[in-house]
Ligand binder design. Structure first.
Ligand code: SF4
Length: 88
């Protein structure tokens, strides 16, 4: 079964370098202000969308499963990061 995605691009972060449109050109489009918009969340595979999100230098892209609300990206920080967070 294919997942339906909800994709959000934070325009306070997006710098319009078009990395996401390179990874998933059928999903992301730059608008007239050179801000990325996920106009077609179903335009590519989940893997390509996640790859685009992972490669955004500004961490501007959030991806969720539209039906369950599960956050697919960004995920939780690695356990080591959590464990080290309280250390001096
Ligand atoms: S990769 Fe990130 S910063 Fe670049 S256009 Fe896409 S959302 Fe904006």
């Amino acid at each position: 079964m294919t997942r339906t995605l909800r994709i959000h691009v934070d325009h306070d972060r997006c710098v319009g370098n078009a990395m996401c449109t390179t990874f998933a050109p059928d999903v992301f489009t730059l608008n007239d202000e050179r801000q990325s918009e996920a106009r077609n969340p179903a335009g590519s595979t989940v893997e390509r969308v996640l790859e685009a999100a992972e490669n955004c230098p500004m961490s501007a892209i959030t991806v969720e499963d539209a039906e369950t609300g599960e956050r697919l990206f960004p995920g939780s920080p690695p356990v080591a990061e959590i464990a080290g967070a309280g250390r001096r």
